[in-house]
Design a binder for this molecule. Structure first.
Ligand SMILES: C[S@@+](CC[C@H](N)C(=O)[O-])C[C@H]1O[C@@H](n2cnc3c(N)ncnc32)[C@H](O)[C@@H]1O
Length: 246
């Protein structure tokens, strides 16, 4: 089954962009996934082909019009009724590897790319659109975010990655960052590959990697570590969490 991606954008020429190269590019030409980048402006109805208007209540910038967005989404849904419609927005929930996996397991995705100040809020409920963010920073448009989301999905599609295991041992798959990697030369500028990785003792290597993954996660991503530990040490069902004042 082909994973079908539809991107609704004011800059269709930004696609496939980097996704036309390397693993994703080969998978695209082999039909593992398909791409339809659709110009939102084609759904404008006035003679100026307007897609945006001034913000209600005043303020800087312009807002993407819900009527134009809705027609563009309806067009995409008519062709791909089962694909979820996501909108790139810093106000959405941050994307996670587990969400990416769920998307990659599905029929495809429709992605709405914002520009200017973003979307008229009514579009989310009005067309069952889910806002998603790629991180706590502001891009100038949703297209780069859409490329990020698609890249993360495409590499998981069957046959795209060489060794299937390279998709399972990555950071986030087990809730932790991945352990560090090394390759030859053994001695590079006086820094050597850890002895254990050269020992040939697979059990010791696995234990070292686990410990490194845990240490790096604890130091670099305390948020992930807390979640990982929380999931490991779940309170017995019915147990009440203490409040700060107790
Ligand atoms: C300049 S931004 C609008 C930012 C918006 N006014 C706000 O403060 O939340 C224009 C568009 O870029 C995209 N964008 C910006 N940052 C993003 C992020 N962190 N994740 C996903 N999309 C983002 C969205 O599509 C957004 O509509």
């Amino acid at each position: 089954m082909t994973f079908a991606a539809t991107v609704l954008t004011l800059y269709p020429e930004m696609f496939p962009g980097p996704l036309g190269l390397s693993l994703a590019g080969r998978a695209l030409s082999e039909g593992v996934w398909s791409l339809d980048s659709v110009q939102i402006r084609d759904f404008a109805t006035d003679k100026h082909r307007s897609v945006d208007d001034t913000p209600a209540g005043g303020g800087a910038g312009m807002v993407l019009k819900p009527d134009v967005l809705a027609t563009a989404i309806d067009h995409a849904r008519a062709r791909q009724p089962d694909a979820p419609v996501l909108a790139m927005s810093p106000r959405g929930a941050p994307l996670t590897q587990s969400r990416i996996r769920a998307l990659a397991d599905g029929p495809g995705v429709t992605i709405l790319c914002g520009r200017f100040e973003g979307f008229d809020e009514r579009i989310f409920e009005g067309r069952d659109v889910e806002p998603v963010s790629i991180g706590d920073y502001i891009l100038s448009g949703g297209e780069v975010g859409a490329l990020v989301l698609l890249d993360a999905c495409i590499r998981l599609l069957p046959g795209v990655m060489g060794a299937a295991s390279s998709g399972v041992e990555e950071s986030f798959e087990s809730g932790l960052l991945e352990y560090p990697h090394y390759t030859r030369p053994v001695d590079w500028e006086g820094r050597t590959i850890p002895e254990v990785l050269r020992s040939g003792d697979h059990a010791k290597i696995a234990a070292w990697r686990k410990q490194q993954a845990e240490t790096d996660t604890r130091l670099r991503r305390p948020d992930l570590w807390e979640r990982h530990e929380g999931a490991r040490v779940k309170p017995p069902s019915g147990a009440r969490r203490r409040t700060r004042d107790e």
